[in-house]
Design a protein around this ligand. Structure first.
Ligand code: F6R
Length: 603
């Protein structure tokens, strides 16, 4: 959610450096962008509405050379996306870019207006900028000024700040929004995440809440909340710049789907011996709470069914934004599993903090190494899926499901519930997962044909029972977020309690039935929609005779049959591909769907 980058260094190329960083950060927000460059000791702003290419066009002039710049790509919170509301904002002697929300900005704005300050934009960020400038009029020590201003801000922020009287020095600070400091041989960086700087350096430091970084061309100094200089560990990025490129694929989403066979194979092979995973003693817990947002929550739903069906441990799954504001019965015997690809989602992070406060054991399943959730949870298992750039998660989701499967298998082992036969079947699935997923991905005639049937529809329904219902939720979300077709996921048995009234002649219903025990029940529900004119797409497994489905299924997809610990991953891959192909036929901007952004750092 909003990407920020700052560079100051020996190179006169700050403009290109921050534009490259911004492009890598564009998945965080892309409704407007802006840059502040120090030109002949004067800070000059360039802004544009829309994607970063528009900003780039404004900066074509080769004479625009600078060795210091801060820049921003925006996901609007306060005020529509336009040039006035775009960052950087400038007030008096201060220019800054911001990621986060200043919740008390209206109070501060009223106060500043009374002091004679005027505003151009509708943003909370301009208020923060003006407030800093206001403090700077009396507090000339820049570190003290930043501390004092930040104390008045409620909410979340990561700032990169330029002072007019020191225009080649970048100050950066954060609270509840991510910010890293990069150290390069030719200069220094501040960035929302590692992707911002990887083209130039792989060395970075994590900035903690309240710390301030002061970046000059050849030095990085970090100060604590008392303005005392501190030493920070220099870390080495584990992901490389090439992992952030499309590498020949038309879209990041397609590339990331194609990475799933290797990512999942790697998880199943390496995590069997994962120390954290082995360390979790399930006998200590009376219940499990799974908390996450969006697709990560859907992965949690799969986890719930697996845990309850196979270990009998009671599990609840909550949307983090609900969990954090409602009474939760948490104690030392609760295991709270927090799932987040980015490790920065604001609501998920708040839920984690709540669980810790209530003395629960917290286990995070996270992809981004060193992210806030990964650092704050008592235990963390990394999915190691590599960077995920497409806004719609694919390998992020399947890797979360894979880790949950391993956790359930581990709990079963500990409780003596894993039979030899099941274990052998699961291990066989783990051995074959790469080729199974490849087979699904390569069989493009089927999902392209389905996409052709769906792409001009207005409403699409997904139905299933048990784990298949959880998969319907993910399939439906994927479809609507990237193709903008309205879609709903329903527990197959629930449809007749109201929603079936929406089924008309030709309404597409995608039904998933992979569970042998629930198969006939789901088929009855498909028949009910068929009787009302639905066009049915039936997703099932190849152990069943597809010929017998003709009476109720217009298109049948028979996927390789596996154990429940792997089946959800196989099924969801085809749902991701259907969503992708539908969005492509509709000419949508697949990697950057409208109104969305990755890494939701505001609540
Ligand atoms: C949907 C999607 C989102 C995320 C959600 C949580 O494709 O990507 O629903 O799953 O915003 O994000 P993380 O996992 O980063 O906490």
């Amino acid at each position: 959610m909003c990407g920020i980058i700052g560079y100051t260094g020996k190179s006169n190329n700050a403009k290109e450096i921050v534009l490259t960083g911004l492009k890598n950060l564009e998945y965080r927000g892309y409704d407007s962008a802006g840059i502040a460059l120090t030109l002949n000791n004067k800070i000059t702003l360039f802004k544009s509405k829309g994607k970063i290419v528009n900003l780039e066009e404004k900066l074509m002039d080769d004479s625009i050379n600078s060795s210091t710049a801060i820049a921003h790509t925006r996901w609007a919170t306060h005020g529509e996306p336009n040039e006035i509301n775009a960052h950087p904002h400038q007030s008096g002697k201060i220019t800054l870019v911001h990621n986060g929300i200043i919740e008390n900005y209206l109070d501060l704005k009223t106060y500043l207006i009374k002091q004679g300050v005027t505003f151009q934009s509708e943003t909370d960020t301009e208020v923060a900028c003006a407030y800093l400038n206001f403090i700077y009029q009396t507090q000339k020590d820049k570190l003290k000024c930043i501390h004092e201003a930040c104390q008045a801000f409620r909410g979340s922020y990561a700032f990169a700040i330029l002072f007019e009287d020191e225009p080649e020095v970048i100050y950066a600070t954060r609270k509840d929004s991510p910010l890293i400091i990069g150290i390069g041989s030719e200069g220094n960086f501040a960035g929302s995440d590692i992707s911002a700087i990887l083209d130039y350096t792989s060395q970075y430091m994590l900035l903690e809440k309240g710390e301030i970084a002061r970046l000059t061309k050849d030095q990085v100094e970090i100060f604590d909340e008392n303005n005392a200089p501190i030493q920070k560990e220099i870390k080495q990025a584990t992901w490389s710049a090439t992992e952030y490129k499309k590498n020949g694929f038309e879209h990041f989403m397609l590339k990331e789907i194609h990475e799933e066979p290797s990512v999942i194979e790697q998880i199943f092979h390496s995590h069997l011996a994962d120390e954290t995973l082995q360390k979790i003693d399930f006998s200590k817990f009376q219940e499990i709470h799974i908390v996450a947002c969006g697709s990560a929550m859907h992965a949690g739903m799969v986890g719930k069914y697996l845990f309850q069906n196979y270990t009998k441990i009671p599990v609840t799954v909550d949307i983090a934004s609900e969990y954090r504001y409602n009474t939760q019965l948490i104690n030392e015997k609760t295991l709270v599993i927090i799932i987040s690809q980015s490790g920065e989602t604001a609501d998920t992070l708040a839920a984690l903090r709540l669980a810790k406060q209530e003395k629960a054991t917290t286990l995070a399943i996270v992809n981004v190494v060193g992210s806030t959730i990964a650092r704050e949870a008592s235990l963390c298992i990394y999915t190691n899926a590599g960077p995920e750039i497409a806004v719609a998660t694919t390998k992020g989701y399947t890797s979360q499901v894979a880790i949950l499967s391993l956790l359930v298998l581990n709990a079963m082992k500990q409780k003596g519930l894993l039979s030899k036969e099941l274990e052998q079947n699961v291990l066989k699935d783990f051995e074959n997962i790469h080729s199974i997923l490849n087979q699904v991905i390569k069989n493009d005639t089927i999902y392209k044909a389905i996409a052709k049937r769906l792409y001009q529809q207005n409403d699409i329904f997904f139905i299933g029972r048990g784990i298949d219902y959880a998969l319907c939720m993910e399939g439906s979300l994927k479809l609507k977020e990237i193709s903008y077709i309205h879609s709903e996921a329903y527990a197959a048995g629930e449809l007749k309690h109201g929603t079936i009234s929406l089924i008309e002649n030709g309404t597409p219903v995608i039904a998933i039935a992979t569970n042998d025990k629930l198969f006939e029940k789901t088929v009855s529900n498909i028949e009910e929609t068929k009787a009302r004119g639905a066009y049915t797409i039936f997703i099932t497994t190849d152990n069943l005779n597809a010929d017998s489905f003709e009476s109720f299924s217009d298109i049948t997809v028979s996927l390789p049959k596996t154990t429940d610990f792997v089946q959800p991953i196989v099924v969801v891959t085809i749902l991701q591909l259907i969503a992708y192909e539908v969005a492509k036929l509709r000419g949508c901007d697949i990697d950057k769907p409208k109104n969305l952004a990755k890494s939701v750092t505001v609540e």
